[in-house]
Design a protein around this ligand. Structure first.
Ligand SMILES: Nc1nc2c(ncn2[C@@H]2O[C@H](COP(=O)(O)OP(=O)(O)OP(=O)(O)O)[C@@H](O)[C@H]2O)c(=O)[nH]1
Ligand SMILES: C[S@@+](CC[C@H](N)C(=O)[O-])C[C@H]1O[C@@H](n2cnc3c(N)ncnc32)[C@H](O)[C@@H]1O
Ligand code: SF4
Ligand code: SF4
Length: 339
């Protein structure tokens, strides 16, 4: 039964972003700062994580409401054991048109082939610098750039479609914008620049650390001329530009300076089964307990419809109009719901 559902701002439910673990082998300062996510941090125990069967069951319910696109995320999704098994189970669900995964790339070389064989369509690999020292500092664990590039190349060789995400922070890695653009243009992968966001409660965000997308476009355009191109689909997060005279493109994710809440079709499921209506939500609604208490698919479906129909979130738009005087509020951590 296919029944499209609209939220309180008339936005359809199209994408489901599923976090499969809250753990990560990196400690990116903007996401999981090491001083907060230390050895004693209370990560979720295994029994609190949704099982693959529970995730697949929810995916079926979500597709019956119009979801077509699934993104697997984390924490670091490749830290979840046997992930290809989950991909294969989701691939079997009617209505799933696209399965993508966002990863830091460190374990990708090892798993790329199995992920593709299981039915994964695409990966987005996060990489913030090509400079060995800066990247090692940014990931907080000294991981090497070369390891990530090997992961990216292994994914492409396995037949996965590949994009690269770079979070740009003024005074941290803004000097890497142009080298990254040149490198990935030559390699033939789409690179997307993400404005540093005030996600979670612990990343010390300040507006003056955000490099506006417009500045990035102007910088790259001065060296390699760019022209804007149309979105691929309704509600695409990235604005696209093409290098003039080529088919090679970049994307700009301007979540701070040009909020895109009005077309936000994304629901987010945390690793322990809470449904969040927004990346910046304070609370999520538990779907794990109803499943474990024996509620039927129809009852859970009704619960999801009710949550989505009441959805009025548009945090980035509100931030845009109020910054820097936003009242403090508690937000879910990015590593919990996966970006
Ligand atoms: N504020 C905000 N940021 C988002 C949202 N969705 C994605 N982002 C940011 O954009 C980054 C890139 O998101 P991806 O998951 O790679 O983008 P996507 O739109 O799923 O990518 P494609 O399917 O390839 O178009 C995320 O890591 C977030 O930082 C959103 O709904 N709100
Ligand atoms: C939370 S991570 C989860 C998946 C995986 N561990 C990875 O890094 O790709 C998803 C994405 O969120 C981005 N991200 C994390 N914190 C962010 C922030 N404060 N502002 C903007 N993007 C952020 C990361 O760069 C990454 O591309
Ligand atoms: S951005 Fe991804 S890789 Fe970095 S700490 Fe967060 S979850 Fe880990
Ligand atoms: S801030 Fe919230 S509502 Fe706005 S685009 Fe991001 S997730 Fe969607």
């Amino acid at each position: 039964m296919q029944n499209h559902v609209l939220d309180a701002r008339n936005r359809p439910l199209r994408d489901l972003r599923i976090s499969v673990t809250d753990k990560c082998n990196f400690r990116c300062q903007y996401c999981m700062p090491a001083d907060i996510f230390g050895p004693d941090y209370p990560f979720l125990p295994q029994h609190k994580l949704l099982s693959f069967e529970e995730i697949t069951r929810l995916t079926k319910i979500f597709t019956s409401l119009g979801v077509e696109k699934i993104r697997i995320t984390g924490g670091e999704p490749l830290m979840r054991k046997d992930l290809p098994e989950l991909i294969a189970m989701i691939r079997q669900v009617d209505g799933v048109r696209d399965i993508a995964m966002t990863t830091n790339g460190s374990l990708l070389a090892k798993h790329a082939h199995a992920l593709k064989a299981a039915g994964l369509d695409r990966v987005t690999v996060s990489l913030d610098s090509l400079d060995r020292e800066r990247f090692g500092n940014m990931n907080g664990r000294g991981y090497e750039v070369e390891t990530i590039i090997q992961g990216i190349d292994a994914a492409a060789a396995a037949g996965l479609s590949v994009k690269i995400n770079m979070v740009v922070q003024r005074g941290v890695n803004d000097q890497d914008v142009l080298p990254m653009a040149i490198f990935f243009r030559e390699k033939g992968y789409t690179l997307r620049f993400i404005e540093f966001m005030d996600v979670g409660n612990s990343n010390g965000w300040k507006l003056d650390q955000v490099v506006p997308s417009q500045e990035i476009v102007e910088l790259i355009h001065a060296h390699m001329p760019l022209e804007p191109i149309d979105p691929n689909y309704f509600g695409e997060v990235a604005s696209r530009y093409r290098y003039v005279g080529t088919t090679q493109e970049i994307g700009l994710i301007s979540s701070v300076t040009q909020a895109f809440c009005s077309t936000c079709t994304r629901a987010r499921l945390s690793a322990e089964g809470k449904l969040y209506n927004c990346l910046f939500a304070s609370v999520g609604e538990d779907l794990r307990a109803p499943m474990r208490e024996g509620k039927s698919d129809e009852e859970i479906r009704e619960q999801i419809v009710d949550i989505w129909q009441k959805r009025d979130d548009r945090y980035s738009e509100i931030r845009l109009s109020n910054t820097p005087d936003l009242p403090p509020r508690s937000k879910v951590e990015m590593s919990h719901i996966g970006g």
